[in-house]
Design a protein around this ligand. Structure first.
Ligand SMILES: *[C@@H]1O[C@H](CO)[C@@H](O)[C@H](O)[C@H]1NC(C)=O
Ligand SMILES: *[C@@H]1O[C@H](CO)[C@@H](O)[C@H](O)[C@H]1NC(C)=O
Ligand SMILES: *[C@@H]1O[C@H](CO)[C@@H](O)[C@H](O)[C@H]1NC(C)=O
Length: 244
């Protein structure tokens, strides 16, 4: 009896306390974590960085900055036009992505599997103006380059070339390549060429089969030989969990 009474008492005390804590942490989540992301202080930091250089040159490291600028433009021009923000985020976004247009073949080859990250600003430009030919041509050129890295026997786009002649030797496949699929899908929509969509789907299929561990985490890099056999050496350079 005593223990029932005690349980009852504890439940009466603990339940509202627990609910109150949940409510409190929900409020804290909003005020401490989410709200600051939308504050003018956060925007000022982005603005100060945007104004600190007009010629950013490191890709893909800086690709998130034009993306942020495009998103702020969308927020204040379309989503929250009454917020009274008068910064010309669009011009800043374009200035910051300018260096990504018309890369030479050497530059393009140096981007390799990062070509998808580097195409994100163009896809934002197309969200702003779907008729923008400059952005459209850039997306299609980048997708064409990415398609040239597709090895049909494996069914994936190749991440790196390790020296001359390596393309057919060892097919190294980094999980980051999943970030490239939107480039292929956008190119399929823009051009009507379904090869891009097939490549993206095949790449995703193959990644699901061999890149994902049973516990849902992923290998960093998976290697295939030219006959599509999975090679045992699987690298985990940037992963928390290094063992298979
Ligand atoms: C198209 O996009 C480019 C690159 O961001 C930009 O410089 C240009 O002003 C845009 N043109 C139009 C007509 O929107
Ligand atoms: C579709 O895209 C692929 C990959 O870039 C290319 O090889 C093929 O020639 C294109 N097809 C057409 C009809 O343009
Ligand atoms: C991808 O996998 C799905 C489901 O297994 C299959 O229906 C589809 O044909 C595959 N597509 C490609 C391009 O490999």
């Amino acid at each position: 009896m005593l223990s029932h009474a005690l349980t009852g008492l504890l439940t009466c005390l603990a339940l509202p306390l627990g609910l109150a804590l949940t409510e409190r942490s929900r409020t804290a989540y909003w005020t401490e974590l989410v709200a600051p992301l939308y504050s003018s202080e956060a925007n000022n930091k982005v603005l100060a960085t945007a104004q600190s250089s007009s010629n950013p040159s490191q890709w893909p490291e800086y690709t998130d900055q034009p993306t942020r600028l495009y998103l702020l433009h969308e927020r204040f021009s379309t989503l929250c036009p009454n917020d009274g923000d008068t910064t010309d985020w669009l011009s800043l976004a374009r200035t910051w992505s300018n260096g990504l247009y018309n890369p030479s073949q050497d530059v393009l080859a140096s981007w390799a599997h990062d070509v998808g990250f580097n195409s994100v600003p163009m896809m934002h430009e197309l969200r702003h103006n779907p008729a923008n030919e400059t952005a459209k041509n850039a997306v299609l050129a980048n997708a064409q380059y990415l398609a040239s890295r597709y090895l049909s026997v494996v069914g994936c786009t190749k991440s790196w070339d390790r020296g001359k002649g390596d393309f057919e030797v060892r097919h190294m496949q980094i999980i980051d390549n999943m970030m490239n699929l939107q480039l292929l899908l956008t190119a399929a929509d823009l051009s009507g060429n379904s090869t891009y969509r097939d490549m993206a789907t095949s790449h995703a299929n193959k990644t699901m089969q061999n890149h994902i561990r049973p516990d849902g985490s992923s290998y960093h890099v998976v290697n295939y030989d030219p006959t599509n056999q999975l090679l045992p050496q699987t690298r985990h350079a940037q992963l928390y969990r290094r063992t298979r």
